[in-house]
Design a protein around this ligand. Structure first.
Ligand SMILES: [Zn+2]
Length: 634
């Protein structure tokens, strides 16, 4: 996962200002702290400092969760958002210092575990090991649970949110005529997912119609038809296609074709030849074989088919851009005509593919990685129909494995959970089903979550905090000694242009056209995914809807979107210990305040600084300031 670490570097000179801003805010508010918290101002300052340094990505452990987010083995329409679009927050392990272990008696807003000095290790010397001093008792009391690859207060909060969502879903899954349409949708989806006996009885039969259609393919034209069907239901095969904001005209959505079609998280998994990577690929092939055997293939055939899958995916990986290069927005933006795309991959009938998907008409699109589409062409030309069919069958199976009978779920977890991410135990079914509901119907479930966990007064207070931090960041940009007035002026324009999105969207998504049928878990997932794919495709040619969210309300995370110049804080992270409406301002500035600062600095980091106030990829730096920035970012 070493490469993933490089995903989120932060130039330290921009942290200088945000440090100062946070420390100043803490100082202003800390008089209220008093003796009750038994913690001196100095320590708060140190905690803030540490939190901010960690936010800068200097501590490896904070990055492990980044890796987990990216390594999420489940492909979906939403995962296809290009990684340049959303810059995820770094989990702040430090905030372990601000957590306690007592379980919440009720919802997170009313009594979640918040700040407590009981989490500190007062026996440690803060001058020698501040982390132990700040988080020692919390760490001792919170070993990594067996079903988790890593653990921190992020995870603990995510778990508490899951419990709240479970309460909502258990209630709404009772077949009651008094349910609202939203309650019925999420409740029935959850009920289907939880009905393990029915799912086990079905085995892999929900996939049979599609597998049969693939089995009957006899021409490469028919491969294209299959690909259309698969892409409509969110199966990640061969490449990705969706809509995206035009990086150089940030008000407009355009069509975008991108690399894709891999099952492992990234190209490097296929190409690195160190012993660990070689072994992981062997384990992957064994996994594909086992899954195909579960589908009914004889071992010898399944073994050969697994090699075919690896061969095709490796070929696609070779044409893919690595994660570090993908951080450079210019490297993943190549606007061209459909004709030019067709010249890159003449073996593929693009107009027929677009017509099959039912996209609005368009003439230009962003081909993020042109080299990849040359590779795609070679793969399509040089691979037999039989092998392409094998590859497609695998991707159909892989994409719904988590909703099939137990044997599939277990084998899927064994490789993608245990081997790949280091989890020891499969999460209990209710957790997986809560997550699936959040994934597929997140803005319906989120509506119920917000009613319960994020009152309007909390939202108002969070907004005030964000505004204050933005003000402080502005003051500090003014005071930078290395930046010329011209660039400062532009930086302030950008900072003032930041939109603060707090908690949840102003308008809830309408899922009324999604067909949810109790007892059809795979079908429900496919309907919801098809809805989402269609929704994304329909944006082609439309203005960008900046009110939309890239994370669901219960998510414990936050992001800065460089193309919209906005920060997004879902209600799920605005809970103790990150934000606690019962707590003093100093505690909240020390916790979520650092996260807010972190997200804002993304607008000015190595990637974010390349976008302007409107979210356009446009250089607004004077050459000498840009040079200074690069020097300081070294
Ligand atoms: Zn970040």
């Amino acid at each position: 996962m070493a490469l993933l670490v490089a995903r989120d570097p932060q130039p330290q000179q921009m942290l200088g200002p945000i440090h100062v801003a946070l420390l100043e805010l803490a100082r202003r508010h800390s008089h209220i702290l008093g003796d009750a918290l038994q913690i001196g101002l100095r320590q708060i300052h140190k905690a803030l400092l540490l939190a901010t340094i960690r936010a800068a990505g200097l501590a490896l452990e904070t990055h492990s969760c980044h890796a987990l987010i990216i390594a999420n083995p489940r492909p979906s329409a939403r995962d296809k958002l290009k990684d340049v679009r959303l810059i995820l927050l770094l989990p702040l392990v430090t905030i372990g210092a601000l957590a306690q272990t007592a379980p919440a008696p009720a919802g997170p807003a009313s009594a979640g575990p918040g700040f407590s000095t009981a989490n500190m290790d007062m026996s440690a010397n803060p001058c020698l090991d501040f982390y132990q001093y700040a988080c020692g008792t919390w760490m001792a009391n919170n070993p990594i649970p067996a079903d988790q690859p890593a653990w921190g207060t992020f995870n603990a909060l995510a778990d508490r949110n899951l419990a709240v969502l479970r309460g909502i879903l258990e209630k709404t899954s009772v077949d009651d005529p008094k349910r609202s349409p939203v309650e019925q949708k999420i409740g029935d989806f959850y009920a289907s997912c939880m009905d393990e006996p029915a799912i086990n009885k079905l085995g892999a039969t929900p996939l049979e119609p599609e597998l049969k259609r693939i089995g009957a393919i006899q021409s490469k034209d028919a491969i294209l038809d299959a690909l259309v069907r698969l892409h409509r239901t969110g199966v990640d095969a061969l490449f990705n296609f969706s809509s995206e904001p035009d990086a150089k005209d940030s008000m407009r959505m355009i069509a975008g074709a991108d690399q894709g079609g891999l099952s492992l998280p990234d190209r490097d998994y296929y190409l690195k030849d160190d012993p660990k990577s070689v072994k992981l690929r062997e384990q992957y092939v064994a996994h594909v074989q086992k899954m195909l055997e579960l589908l009914g293939e004889a071992p010898a055939l399944a073994s050969a088919d697994a090699q075919v899958v690896l061969r095709i995916e490796t070929a696609l990986a070779k044409g893919s851009l690595d994660l570090v290069s993908r951080r450079d927005p210019n490297q993943v933006y190549h606007k061209m005509s459909v004709k030019q795309l067709a010249a890159l991959s003449p073996s593929f009938d693009w107009p027929k593919y677009f017509a099959g998907l039912g996209t609005p008409s368009f003439t230009d699109l962003d081909v993020s990685v042109p080299e990849f589409f040359k590779t795609l062409d070679a793969v399509l030309k040089n691979t037999s129909i039989a092998d392409l069919k094998t590859y497609l069958r695998w991707h159909v199976l892989h994409s719904e494995a988590f909703l099939l009978a137990k044997a599939f779920v277990d084998e899927n977890f064994k490789f993608f959970g245990q081997t790949l991410t280091g989890s020891q135990e499969l999460e209990p079914r209710w957790k997986r089903c809560v997550k699936a509901t959040d994934h597929d119907l997140g803005f319906a479930l989120g509506q119920k979550y917000v009613e319960q966990a994020f009152p309007p007064e909390a939202k108002a207070r969070v907004l005030t905090m964000v505004k204050e931090i933005e003000q402080m960041l502005g003051d500090d940009v003014q005071s930078l000694d290395w930046m010329t007035p011209a660039t400062k002026q532009q930086a302030l324009v950008k900072l003032r242009g930041v939109t603060d999105k707090i908690g949840y969207p102003d308008k809830w998504r309408d899922y009324s056209s999604v067909k949810i049928v109790r007892g059809q878990a795979v079908g429900d997932d496919q309907s919801a995914t098809e809805f989402e794919v269609h929704r994304q495709l329909n944006k082609i040619g439309q203005p960008v809807d900046r009110s939309e969210w890239g994370m669901t309300p219960p998510t414990v995370n936050a992001y800065y979107n460089p193309q919209e110049n906005n920060i997004n804080f879902p209600a799920g992270i605005l809970q103790p210990p990150f934000f606690d409406n019962r707590m003093d301002a100093a505690v909240n500035y020390g916790a979520i305040g650092a996260v807010m600062g972190h997200e804002l600095t993304h607008g000015f980091d190595d990637e974010g600084r390349q976008f302007d106030a409107q979210g356009n990829l446009r250089d607004w730096w004077t050459p000498e300031d840009a040079k200074e920035f690069e020097k300081r970012a070294e």
